[in-house]
Design a protein around this ligand. Structure first.
Ligand SMILES: [Zn+2]
Length: 272
């Protein structure tokens, strides 16, 4: 396919981390001319994003990572953020504090899991981000965090049941827990792929949470909502056995939520 590949900043790596995966054989230049057109496999012409659009996307990833960090959603240096970009994704790099990130630091990973050697290394957790985009063609962003209460429940191997109607923001009657697999592995990516087939958010055993959305704002909003629900559920558990909503009630809630769209819903929109 005659598609130019995005630019990779030829900057020195500050992380010193080992490569997280296969690398592309050679770097390619980013499309610098705005609104260039290319031919897809199907023969249809498609707009190639301009360099300015790519820079804007990189800045949006940084802004989302900073928001995640500043709102306490990602303790320490945990968490990573990505958005779909061309046939792959733009993702926060490994080993750099979010406050230091420049647009050129955001790593590009091709759809086949390769990335250019001269650029920043993507987050070591890039594999499950990529698997999310492969399994859900309609999503545009992924947020992964080790947010406190979601992680506490994930470490106790407790999925979040329908203790509150807002659980429906994740797209079903619970926020499931996927099994443990080591970070950065294809095994974990496969677990995420299966889990996201019918949910927009998951708890990851002994790890944290993942939330997806149509864009960065939606994915971040959902990650926040998952953390709020996790904290509430944790507190309810301290009082005893929660009184869960039944299947009929949740079917009704899910039906109502369809009217608000499939992605993350804010409480102000849905608490009616
Ligand atoms: Zn993680």
């Amino acid at each position: 396919m005659a598609v130019k590949k995005p630019n990779s900043p030829a900057t020195k790596d500050r992380s010193g981390a080992k490569p997280a995966g296969r690398r592309a054989a050679a770097p390619n230049t980013s499309p610098s001319k705005p609104a260039a057109k290319r031919r897809t496999k199907s023969g249809k012409s498609a707009r190639v994003p301009s360099k300015a659009q790519e820079t804007a996307a990189r800045k949006a990833v940084i802004a989302t990572a900073l928001q995640m960090s500043r709102t306490g959603l990602s303790p320490g240096r945990s968490g990573n953020v990505s958005c779909r970009w061309r046939e792959g994704m733009l993702i926060t790099p490994t080993g750099i504090a979010y406050e230091e990130l420049q647009p050129s630091d955001i790593a590009y990973v091709f759809g086949n899991g390769t990335y250019v050697p001269e650029g920043r290394k993507p987050s070591s957790e890039w594999r499950f981000h990529l698997s999310a985009y492969h399994t859900r063609p309609e999503i545009g962003a992924v947020v992964h965090t080790h947010s406190m209460h979601a992680t506490v429940l994930a470490c106790a191997h407790r999925p979040i049941p329908a203790f509150h109607y807002m659980i429906a923001v994740a797209g079903g009657t619970d926020i499931p827990l996927i099994a443990y697999a080591p970070f950065g592995t294809q095994e974990l990516a496969q677990l995420v792929r299966v889990g996201l087939a019918d949910r927009n958010a998951l708890l990851m055993a002994n790890h944290g949470q993942i939330a997806v959305g149509k864009d960065l704002a939606a994915a971040l909003e959902l990650a926040r909502e998952v953390e709020v629900l996790a904290e509430q559920y944790y507190k309810v558990l301290t009082l005893g056995k929660p009184k869960l909503l039944g299947a009929k009630a949740m079917t009704d809630v899910l039906e109502r939520f369809k009217g608000y769209g499939q992605n993350a819903q804010s409480r102000s929109q849905t608490s009616k």
